[in-house]
Ligand binder design. Sequence first.
Ligand code: COA
Length: 261
Amino acid sequence: MADFENIKLTENGGVLTITINREDKLNALNQATLAELKTAIQGVYDDHDIKGVIITGAGEKAFVAGADIKELSGLNEMNARKFAESGQEIFELIENCHSPVIAVVNGFALGGGCELAMACHMRIATTNAKFGQPEVNLGIVPGYGGTQRLTQHVGKGKSFELQMTGDMIGADEAKSLRLVNYVEADKEAATAKANEILAKVATKAPIAIGLVVDCVNSVFNSDENGYQTEANAFARCAGTSDFKEGTDAFLAKRKADFKGE
Ligand code: COA
């Protein structure tokens, strides 16, 4: 595994945990951290032994407290678009990853941190998690996909409220808004829940799992006919050995043994 300075990678039983590791800066995403995150996610695309990914923040206080405001302060109209687009590209890599990606949100998930969590397929929060898009306090709008994904998750009215007021919400409210899947007592319990979900997904047919990602994401892609994407995915699955294995196993009343083929 490559050496990183701003993130930490650990692998256990096919689950890769990516920890944003700038605890003294509440894991704020500077450009160096984003570059390392991109490399780590690209590695997941290339490594078929990775069955699932957890993204979390070092320490107990923060998942990620946003883009690094020191770096942000140097932006101008000329370079800010590239800044946003390059961050969006990395978060799209996460969203489109064919391995399941779960955010374990421990503490502050603000600005780019909330955007990072929303790019993951699922979110498990600790009771001390706090979500928010406080960019208006800095005179900007979210730039890493937050205006889009927050609206997808919580609907238009609440998305306007959160982005216009910059208010933070706690874990229980985030769950009631369907921004998070589960709330757990602490990081250990949240990580255990994430591992439990990933272990279950790992028993399913990998090609089908990847195509679920494509189909669900197509709902939010206005250039794509999601029903057609689904029909194509269905046909692709029907041509796999895993489809034969899954149906044979059901009919023989045994557990399927999927190979990802
Ligand atoms: N970018 C850069 N540094 C950040 C940061 C960010 N987004 N968020 C926190 N930090 C740094 C602080 O500057 C401080 O560094 P220092 O010790 O060198 O001064 C350190 O992390 C601890 O943060 P601090 O503000 O002292 O902690 P707190 O408990 O008082 O407050 C927050 C916590 C999250 C409420 C506060 O840090 C905050 O509002 N952060 C910015 C959130 C934000 O606007 N994010 C969106 C950015 S687009």
